[in-house]
Design a protein around this ligand. Structure first.
Ligand SMILES: *[C@@H]1O[C@H](CO)[C@@H](O)[C@H](O)[C@H]1NC(C)=O
Ligand SMILES: *[C@@H]1O[C@H](CO)[C@@H](O)[C@H](O)[C@H]1NC(C)=O
Length: 467
């Protein structure tokens, strides 16, 4: 009896001593945590190992016989064996390491855990505090303009400081565990809560999506296109929305271009209200706005159509060279222009040759190697924005100045043709005269009649003119 009390006393003492230095583990919900439990001087073959969640019951237990048990809340119901979220790897027992791994952490896993190891000689216990960080958004996907909140839950609640990051950039507007705002496109993305606890830093994150117009994601987005090509003006809503009464408008000049069309309702998904221009003209540039009603709210998105064109100019003296200039209706976001020459060999394979940077390009039209397509690519901060191509006829080099001197050549050609026509008419006249004379020789009497007739008519006309 006395011995028994003594043993309990020792156990209690050991437990108390162990609890003095509680290990703390911080982890994000959904991730994995390892709760340490190491006893290096322990004899290698413990008879019993028990992990319990303080005040909540057994997590995992290995008995003297070698059998393992999981607490009822740690076996996912219906799942096969091995799907347990908590496990204690045997391979590490030899080194006195009885650490518990918990996968797919839940908020309710936060709290105190105890690891109790029994050998023939002693019973040791270690206590570990598991702190779970969970970022949650309510409602999970708010409508644009509606209120929402993001909270950084720390379980169990401890004295911590919290910082917020939005898409990995510090978000200083708000501090504290709970953040409230009106949903807007600017706030979409990854929200990270950085928890600072006793010098340790742990992050939890969640992604905010806002229901509304997904594409373009913000107002005044620029859509780049080239004169003569087709372009799509995007207006795509969240897939679970059914926007009604869609309207497209052109801003400032006011009327939609002739080649403007909205997609037919049948070929389009109900949340896609995009429109297209079949053949863009330079004058089609400018602001466009799409709008539609969603759940009683009118949502609109403005965008800018930027049109590119190539201006060609031929210096008057050197007609065998020309200058191409890449013009954009709004070059404000363009950081760089590049001219490339695209040539096709006999097999039809395309090869691209970068020629020069800059808005303008001067080339010789006589040189054989300048044939093919000349493309002006324009770049913004994030890469290529678009391109526009100018074609130079393959034959222009062989005939010298066909493409550049075309208008100068027309005058001689016209003169020559007129001369030919006149010559032809003279020939026809001569032939007809010859034929007539031949006929008259056959009928000499008729000739006199014809002559007298014509003489008589001439006389009459003359006398009429005199009177
Ligand atoms: C065309 O293709 C053939 C085989 O694919 C190749 O041998 C030849 O060099 C190519 N010609 C040119 C002009 O690239
Ligand atoms: C021009 O743009 C089109 C469409 O983005 C692309 O397919 C094509 O490869 C581009 N051409 C060049 C020479 O960059």
């Amino acid at each position: 009896m006395l011995l028994k009390y003594l043993v309990f006393g020792v156990i209690a003492f050991l437990m108390k001593e162990a609890q003095c230095k509680i290990d703390e583990v911080l982890a994000e919900a959904g991730s994995q945590a390892v709760l340490p439990c190491k006893w290096s001087p322990l004899s290698p073959n413990p008879s019993t190992i028990i992990w319990t969640q303080v005040n909540k019951g057994t997590v995992w237990r290995k008995q003297r016989s070698g059998l393992q048990y999981w607490g009822s809340s740690w076996t996912s119901n219906g799942d096969e064996k091995g799907a347990q979220r908590a496990r204690c790897p045997h391979s590490l027992f030899e080194r006195g390491d009885f650490s518990l791994q918990i996968n797919n952490l839940r908020e309710e896993d936060g709290g105190l855990y105890s690891c109790k190891v029994e050998t023939e000689r002693e019973v040791v216990e270690k206590v570990v505090r598991l702190i779970i960080i969970k970022v949650s958004i309510a409602p999970s996907s708010p409508m644009v303009g509606n209120d929402f909140s993001i909270s950084c839950n720390v379980t169990p609640l401890t004295a911590t400081t919290v910082r917020w990051l939005l898409n990995d950039n510090p978000y200083v507007t708000q501090t504290g565990r709970v953040m409230r705002a009106k949903a807007s496109a600017d706030l979409t993305g990854k929200w990270t809560c950085v928890v600072n606890y006793k010098g340790k830093e742990v992050r939890g994150s969640a992604t905010l999506t806002v229901k509304g117009i997904l594409q373009p994601s913000r107002d005044d987005t620029k859509v780049y296109t080239a004169v003569g090509s087709a372009v799509t003006l995007p207006c795509v809503f969240s897939p679970d929305l059914k926007p009604s009464r869609p309207v497209w408008e052109k801003l400032k000049p006011g009327t939609l271009p002739a080649s403007f069309s909205t997609f037919s309702a049948s070929s389009q998904t109900p949340f896609d209200k995009s429109a297209s221009l079949k053949e863009v003209g330079f004058e089609d540039q400018g602001g466009y706005r799409c709008s539609a009603t969603v759940r009683g709210q009118r949502l609109t998105r403005k965008m800018q159509l930027v049109v590119a064109k190539i201006d060609k100019s031929v210096p008057s003296k050197k007609s065998d060279s020309m200058t191409l200039t890449c013009q954009l209706s709004d070059p404000s976001e363009v950081t760089e222009y590049e001219w490339v020459n695209v040539v096709y060999d006999l097999n039809g394979t395309q090869s691209v040759r970068s020629v020069q940077k800059g808005k303008t390009l001067s080339i010789s039209t006589v040189s054989e190697e300048n044939h093919g397509e000349w493309t002006c690519r324009f770049y913004g901060k994030e890469g290529v924005l678009g391109n526009i191509t100018y074609h130079i006829q393959l034959m222009s080099g062989l005939s010298g100045k066909k493409s550049s001197g075309h208008s100068n050549n027309t005058a001689p050609v016209v003169c020559l043709s007129l001369l030919l026509i006149v010559l032809l008419m003279v020939l026809v006249k001569m032939y007809m005269n010859y034929q007539r004379r031949k006929r008259i020789f056959q009928y000499p009497a008729l000739e006199t009649i014809v002559h007298s007739n014509s003489n008589e008519r001439e006389n009459r006309e003359r006398s009429r003119q005199k009177t």
